[in-house]
Design a protein around this ligand. Structure first.
Ligand SMILES: Cc1ncc(COP(=O)(O)O)c(C=O)c1O
Length: 358
C-alpha cells in the first residue's frame, strides 16, 4: 500500500469527537439540548447575516460562480474591524486553516516549534507532519506561562512559537512583546480565537515587529463556526508568502457574504461577548453550590470539577439532562471538564439543569 509522508506514522489520530447529537435533519432545533463541548456560540448569528445570505441566494449566478479569489470586500471589511490595511489580511477557511498555512509556509524539517501547554492540540499535528519537533512548555493554569519560562525553551532551531491569547490563561501584552523582541529568528503566532471575550490584542505589535502573526476566527462571538471563516493579520510580506500556497478559492461564497454582514453588525457580537463575561461570573458563583470547583477563563470557557464525583460520571449525568460538555480534553488537566459559556438567558437555564442534576 502506498505510504503517507514519513512523519505521519508518528502522529496519533485525533480522538473521536462524536457524541449523541445528530448534526443535520432537524435535530439542531431539538429543544433542551445544551451543546457546550466545542466552544461554539449558543445562539445563531445576527439576523443581518441571515438576511444577507437569503438576499444573496435570490441573486442570479449565486452558487454557480466561484467566489472572488482576492476576497477584496471581505478583506477590506476585516481590515476596518482590526484597524489595519487590507493587504495585511488573509481570510482562511476557519482559523485552523490559517495555522496550517502558516506552518506550511514557515516550518521545515528539523525546526522546533515551541508550544506552551495546555494548548489547542490539533495545532501540533501540522508542524509534526512537516518533520518539525514540538517543544512543550508546561504551565500551571493558575499562574500561566511566562515569557521567561517560554524563553528557556528557545534554541537556534526554534522557527515558530505558538501562543494562544487568551485561552485557559491570558498573557500580559508585555510578555508577548518580550518574546517577539527576543526571538527575531522565529515567527510568533498569536492565536486570538477568543479575542472578543477578552478585548486585548497583539495587533498593535505589527507596527514595530515583522516576526509576529495574529490569527482570529468568526467561529466564536460571530457565531459562524458552521461556515468556517478565520483570518491572518500580519505585515504584508508574510501575507504574500502564505498567499503563495493558499488555494484560489479557499473561502466559499456564502462565507464571504456572511462574514461581511457579521462585521457590519459587530454590535451584535459585542453584546454577546458582554453577556458571556457576565455568565462566566454567574457560573463561578453558582456551581460551587452544587459541589463544583470552577476555573473561569477570559475565553468564554469554564473548567469545572466536582469535589466527589468522577468527571466521567459528571459528564454522563449531564448528558442524561441534555447537556454536552467536553471530557477528557487536556491531558494536563485530567480532573477538569470543560464547557463553553453562553449568554445570560441560556446560562440561567443551564444552572437549573445543574441544580436538578447534582
Ligand atoms: C484556540 C483555538 N484556536 C483555533 C480554533 C479553531 O477555530 P476555527 O473554527 O476558526 O477553525 C479553536 C477552536 O475551538 C481554538 O480553540
Amino acid at each position: 500500500m502506498i505510504q503517507p509522508n514519513k512523519y505521519l506514522a508518528n502522529i496519533a489520530s485525533p480522538p473521536p469527537r462524536a457524541h449523541s447529537i445528530k448534526f443535520l435533519s432537524g435535530a439542531r432545533s431539538k429543544p433542551g439540548v445544551f451543546k457546550l463541548d466545542s466552544n461554539e456560540a449558543v445562539i445563531p448569528p445576527s439576523p443581518q447575516v441571515l438576511k444577507a445570505i437569503a438576499a444573496f441566494l435570490k441573486e442570479k449566478n449565486n452558487l454557480n460562480w466561484y467566489p472572488d479569489p482576492k476576497a477584496d470586500e471581505l478583506r477590506t471589511e476585516i481590515a476596518r474591524y482590526v484597524h489595519t490595511k487590507p493587504e495585511q489580511i488573509l481570510p482562511t477557511n476557519g482559523s485552523e486553516q490559517a495555522l496550517e498555512f502558516l506552518t506550511d509556509a514557515y516550518v521545515s524539517e528539523g525546526d522546533e516549534v515551541v508550544v506552551p501547554t495546555p494548548t489547542f492540540s490539533p495545532f501540533n499535528a501540522w508542524p509534526q507532519s512537516r518533520g518539525a519537533t514540538i517543544v512543550e512548555v508546561p504551565y500551571d493554569i493558575h499562574s500561566g506561562p511566562t515569557a521567561s519560562t517560554i524563553q528557556k525553551k528557545i534554541t537556534n532551531k526554534t522557527k515558530m512559537i505558538y501562543l494562544i491569547n487568551p485561552y485557559i490563561t491570558a498573557y500580559p501584552e508585555i510578555d508577548i512583546e518580550y518574546i517577539v523582541r527576543k526571538n527575531k529568528h522565529a515567527l510568533v503566532v498569536v492565536d486570538e480565537a477568543y479575542h472578543e471575550y477578552y478585548g486585548k490584542t497583539s495587533i498593535g505589535l505589527l507596527r514595530r515587529h515583522d516576526n509576529i502573526v495574529i490569527t482570529r476566527t468568526f467561529s466564536k462571538t460571530f457565531m459562524l463556526a458552521g461556515l468556517r471563516l478565520g483570518f491572518l493579520v500580519a505585515q504584508k510580506k508574510i501575507i504574500e508568502n502564505v498567499a503563495k500556497i493558499i488555494g484560489l478559492y479557499n473561502i466559499n461564497v456564502l462565507t464571504h457574504v456572511a462574514g461581511i454582514a457579521a462585521l457590519r453588525d459587530a454590535a451584535y457580537t459585542r453584546s454577546y461577548a458582554r453577556e458571556v463575561r457576565a455568565s462566566t461570573k454567574l457560573i463561578a458563583l453558582e456551581l460551587p453550590k452544587y459541589g463544583f470547583e470552577v476555573f473561569s477563563t477570559f475565553a468564554g470557557i469554564a473548567l469545572f470539577k466536582h469535589a466527589r464525583i468522577n468527571p466521567r460520571i459528571v459528564q454522563k449525568k449531564l448528558e442524561a439532562h441534555g447537556v454536552f460538555v467536553r471530557y477528557p480534553f487536556f491531558k494536563e488537566l485530567p480532573a477538569y471538564l470543560r464547557m463553553n459559556v453562553g449568554n445570560l438567558a441560556f446560562t440561567k437555564e443551564l444552572l437549573i439543569k445543574f441544580r436538578n442534576t447534582f
